[in-house]
Design a protein around this ligand. Structure first.
Ligand code: G3I
Length: 389
């Protein structure tokens, strides 16, 4: 559906009027004007939110980093500070301070917040895993502890979170040893102790604590990257069943962690995203990055393969276009602001160069490519629907 430019402008101002539901964060507050040619500025006409994962050790500490987060992104995700090990470092004692700082920063800069994450097998504090392993925490107690954690955390941030990644990375990959018949990872910490039903309960508890937040299932390689599409088929069948049982799931988050060595098919991602939305769900790209092999000299990450300089922005482009083509794709989030801040080098030996900014916080070709895509999209792509923002 091609919309004339004038109509788009009309829609944009209507959208701005519509969006003031999540407390005070929809439109930039008086006095803060993000550059119109920023990623967020260029995405605004079609109501798409563009975001990044924010490292709270750098926000309000590194001025250049902070400026980029404010100017470029209309949604933010806490990279680590809403995860269990930060939020509840010891049983029943909650540490919301770093996350609250991000929330107030977001409100001051007209950004919506993606909460990340409640039910995940990683970054679980030792008091919990230790108690389960040594038997001092029974499965019944583990279930109660999880319920209390979700209700406390979601309740604390009630009305301030746009999208919650309620459950993260629950489905098995081809290399996992104990996939269940429906594709869920039987070896997952929560599934192995509490059974599959715990995922639906997590969504019910999150909804109970904040009925307005959009509740997402978040995972990687669920948009065709596994080659067989098996993981996407499994997630699609599972969420369809959950919806039929009335489980309050509102969206699917495809993380979007890519690697140039594997190539990438944007049309497969578009098809899988569209298939999820055919169930009435929203979708989002939640953790986009494109890594490649690098040589690191004096901290600078230089691709070892000259073609990667083109493949990296190209794969970002293809991911964004897959999202733009699906009108219920309501946000596109990059994982980590710059290459020095990225999780990639400490996880994938010899790889890096995965974000939009180099190690000195200077924009890379991928940044310019996404700006071009958004500029074109403002003239053609359909306005996002069902953003609830
Ligand atoms: O906070 C401690 C600090 O006190 C300590 O001195 C330091 C040294 O060990 O570690 C710090 O914790 C690190 C934490 O990030 C905060 O920086 C952990 O070791 C480190 O493992 C953790 O890495 C995070 C990773 O998730 C953990 O699994 C990455 O920053 C974060 O980008 C990454 O994000 C995940 C998403 O949540 C889910 N999808 C995949 C994505 C990438 O793995």
């Amino acid at each position: 559906m091609k919309l004339h430019r004038l109509a788009v402008v009309g829609l944009a101002s209507a959208a701005t009027l519509l969006v003031a539901t999540v407390a005070g964060a929809a439109a930039p507050p008086r006095g803060f004007h993000p550059p119109s040619d920023s990623l967020r500025g260029l995405a605004a006409p079609i109501g798409l939110r563009v975001g990044n994962a924010v490292n709270m050790d750098k926000l309000n500490v590194n001025a250049k980093y902070t400026g980029i987060v404010a100017d470029q992104f209309s949604t933010v995700t806490p990279e680590n500070v809403m995860k269990w090990d930060t939020i509840e470092p010891s049983q029943g004692s909650y540490n919301y301070a770093p996350a609250d700082q991000l929330i107030s920063f977001a409100q001051q800069h007209g950004q919506l917040v993606r909460g990340h994450t409640l039910l995940w097998h990683s970054q679980i504090p030792a008091w919990l895993t230790g108690g389960v392993n040594n038997g001092t925490i029974s499965n019944a107690q583990l279930r109660d502890i999880l319920k209390q954690h979700i209700i406390s955390e979601v309740g604390h941030f009630k009305g301030k979170i746009w999208q919650w990644d309620v459950a993260n990375e629950i489905f098995a990959n081809s290399w996992d040893s104990s996939p269940l018949p429906d594709g869920i990872n039987g070896g997952d910490f929560w599934i192995s102790h509490l059974g599959e039903g715990i995922v639906a309960d997590a969504f019910r508890w999150a909804h109970q604590a904040d009925p307005k937040a959009l509740l997402f299932y978040n995972d990687y390689n669920i948009a065709g990257q596994d080659g067989t599409n098996a993981k996407s088929d499994a997630v699609y069948a599972w969420v369809k069943q959950m919806l039929a049982q009335g489980v309050p799931i509102n969206g699917i988050g495809e993380q979007g962690h890519l690697d140039t060595q594997y190539g990438f098919d944007g049309t497969k991602m578009q098809a899988d995203l569209a298939r999820y939305t055919s169930l009435g769900l929203k979708v989002a790209i939640t953790e986009a990055d494109v890594r490649t092999f690098v040589e690191t000299t004096d901290g600078n990450q230089t691709p070892t393969d000259s073609l990667s300089q083109f493949a990296q922005p190209f794969e970002f482009d293809q991911m964004l276009k897959a999202c733009l083509a699906v009108s219920s794709c309501i946000s596109f989030t990059i994982w980590d602001v710059d290459d020095a801040d990225s999780w990639v080098p400490s996880t994938f030996a010899g790889e890096g160069y995965s974000t939009l900014y180099d190690v000195n916080l200077n924009p890379k070709a991928a940044y310019t490519t996404l700006k071009q895509d958004l500029t074109l999209a403002a003239h053609g792509a359909s306005h996002r629907i069902g953003t609830n923002s």
